[in-house]
Write a protein that binds this ligand. Structure first.
Ligand code: AMP
Length: 174
């Protein structure tokens, strides 16, 4: 199945010069969504995964479906101030300014095998911050998985230096 054909590209969103790779059209296609989860589940089904950690917000949709298929738990990595329980957080640099992601302190136990998931890796900053949190909880991060890689932004290469990284498809450009 051609997953790329199911992803919509919206130029100049959220700002001029960005080609926004919109997965809502893929998620809205039943066979397409199932194909994504089937491919990811096939990759991790024998990997002893205890938890799938999804990055807000599109990582929740993919991660929830994947966790169910693997019989694993799901844990959210969220933007600052959203999680109700005791959290740890990590600040990371954006092009302009900083952002922060958080995870519940008790979301993962030491040694648990985890897959980190998001829809897309661009510069890798968001995923790297998620990885920092999981490692602070002493998770064993088996792999970071994405539907889309934007190779020209170098995030995958950067993340791969500290964590195995898997992407289903790639788009040229920014
Ligand atoms: P980064 O931290 O630079 O790897 O950015 C990754 C995060 O930003 C992911 O959560 C993506 O959903 C979102 N993102 C970055 N660039 C794009 C893009 N061109 N199209 C859609 N989402 C993007």
């Amino acid at each position: 199945m051609d997953l790329k054909a199911l992803i919509r590209t919206i130029p100049d969103h959220p700002k001029p010069g960005i080609l926004f790779r919109d997965i809502t059209t893929l998620l809205a296609d039943g066979p397409g969504f199932r194909e994504v989860i089937t491919r990811l589940a096939a990759r991790y089904q024998d990997a002893g995964i205890a938890k799938v950690a999804g990055i807000e917000a599109r990582g929740f949709i993919l991660g929830g479906a994947l966790a169910d298929r693997l019989g694993a738990g799901f844990v959210p990595i969220r933007k600052s101030g959203k999680l109700p329980g005791a959290t740890i957080g990590h600040d990371y640099e954006l092009e302009y300014g900083v952002d922060r992601v958080e995870i519940h302190r008790d979301a993962v136990s030491p040694g648990e095998r985890v897959v980190l998931i998001d829809d897309l890796i661009a510069t890798g900053g968001t995923a790297e911050a998620g990885l920092v949190l999981l490692r602070r909880l002493e998770a064993e991060v088996v792999e970071a998985a994405f539907v889309i890689d934007l190779p020209e932004l170098g995030g995958r290469r950067r993340l791969e230096t500290t964590c195995p990284t898997f992407c289903l498809i790639a788009f040229e450009g920014h």
